[in-house]
Design a protein around this ligand. Structure first.
Ligand SMILES: *Cc1c(COP(=O)(O)O)cnc(C)c1O
Length: 383
């Protein structure tokens, strides 16, 4: 199987798995108990918190463990908006966010908040002027993602955060796709809250973290015990935290090296597609995007049909977002970028990762032109 769906999830790195395993067996102790084994686990969690904080340029009391990217986004959005309601009830986000952000914001919209969605250009970059024009006296939160999961476009967070700072508005970013792939420093980016997830960076599923800048006021969204300084109740996912810590450590050690290799394979794939298949469109920013992401629309056919044929040839890719697969509705991201629905329907997202090789790309380039040609010959859309 050739796996080209790393933006959906990544395999757990064997070194990460090895670190995690003892915490399922002999080191199972609850970090909140008093026995010495429990205290060892408590100290370990704090060591990992410290190491994640230093990787992000944060203080360790600004990092909280969660169950993943979705929970971090929910905590950032609902936690901040509800706590700051007395200051205003207006939220700004974009139309290309992950459903974890869009649905959290929609929930608030149904519960007394006003939401504005900033438009993006055809490459998926947020319109800064429109953002400024949407700011009102009662705007309490701006949430704009760092790198988009479908097309890979990277947002100018430094510029957005300058505006947010100047206006005194809290700024959250969903950095689930960028942590481990781009160098991240919360002060340089100027963000107040940042979400990340383990399974997008060769760590396990079901673990994530959130950075919350000192002084930002928010409510917890999971209530119960006093874990995570009462920000996130529930017995800590010790193996998950160990895995997240190790995965992040490995990811940031090799960012440049990985990006160089992955980008050259991705460009090889795009060059090959352009040469062998007519009527294709590259979605996302030509330069300013994640090294491993290649989102292509093939005119006059359905993306799903291409995916099924690729799957039969032993190649795993995606139509864009895992959440919208199975439906032939064009993705909200491509629609927001102004791609006509008839083009958007024929979209495949290839997302490359560490294990991919030149042979993988050659294999894809051997089978893809034939698949597209065959589907186009049968397609009523081509007539
Ligand atoms: C995968 C993803 C999420 C959700 O993270 P989970 O850990 O799967 O809940 C959120 N935002 C983006 C951009 C993602 O790619």
């Amino acid at each position: 199987m050739i796996y080209l769906d790393h933006n959906a999830t990544t395999p757990v790195d064997p070194q990460v798995l090895k670190e995690m395993l003892p915490y399922f067996s002999e080191r199972y102790h609850n970090p909140s108990s008093v026995c010495s084994k429990s205290q060892e686990n408590r100290e370990l969690i704090e060591t990992i918190r410290h190491s994640i904080a230093s990787i992000l340029g944060a203080h360790e009391d600004e990092i909280f463990f969660t169950s993943g990217g979705t929970e971090s986004d929910n905590l950032a959005i609902k936690g901040v908006a509800l706590r700051n309601r007395d200051k205003g009830n207006h939220i700004i986000t974009s139309g290309i966010e992950h459903p974890a952000v869009l649905e959290a914001v929609k929930y608030l919209g149904e519960n007394g908040f006003r939401v504005d969605y900033v438009p993006v250009d055809r490459y998926g970059i947020v319109d800064l002027e429109a953002l400024e024009m949407n700011i009102r006296k009662d705007t309490v939160l701006i949430s704009i993602m760092h790198a988009n999961n479908e097309v890979g476009t990277i947002q100018p967070l430094e510029e957005i955060s300058k505006t947010a700072r100047r206006e005194g508005i809290i700024f959250h970013t969903d950095a689930v796709q960028s942590v481990g792939k781009l160098p991240i420093n919360v002060d340089r980016l100027g963000v107040d809250l940042l979400s990340l997830s383990g399974h997008k960076l060769y760590g396990p599923k079901g673990i994530g973290a959130i950075y919350i800048r000192r002084g930002i006021e928010f409510y917890p969204i999971i209530h119960g015990g006093h874990q995570e300084r009462s920000v996130r109740a529930g017995t800590e996912n010790v193996p998950g935290i160990v895995g997240l810590g190790k995965a992040l450590e490995l990811a940031v050690k090799n960012i440049e090296e990985h990006n160089t290799i992955i980008k050259s394979l991705r460009d090889m794939l795009w060059d090959g597609i352009k040469k062998s298949i007519p009527d294709v469109v590259l979605n996302g920013h030509p330069e300013n995007r994640l090294a491993g992401t290649l989102n292509v629309s093939f005119r006059n056919i359905e993306g799903e049909a291409i995916l099924l044929a690729l799957d039969m040839a032993g190649i795993a890719a995606s139509s864009g977002s895992a959440c919208s697969s199975g439906s032939s509705v064009p993705s909200h991201v491509l629609s927001a970028m102004g791609l006509p629905p008839e083009v958007g329907r024929g979209t495949v997202r290839f997302s490359l990762g560490h294990q991919n090789t030149r042979e993988d790309i050659e294999k894809v380039l051997q089978v893809l032109p034939g698949i597209v040609q065959r589907l186009r010959a049968m397609s009523p859309l081509s007539q």
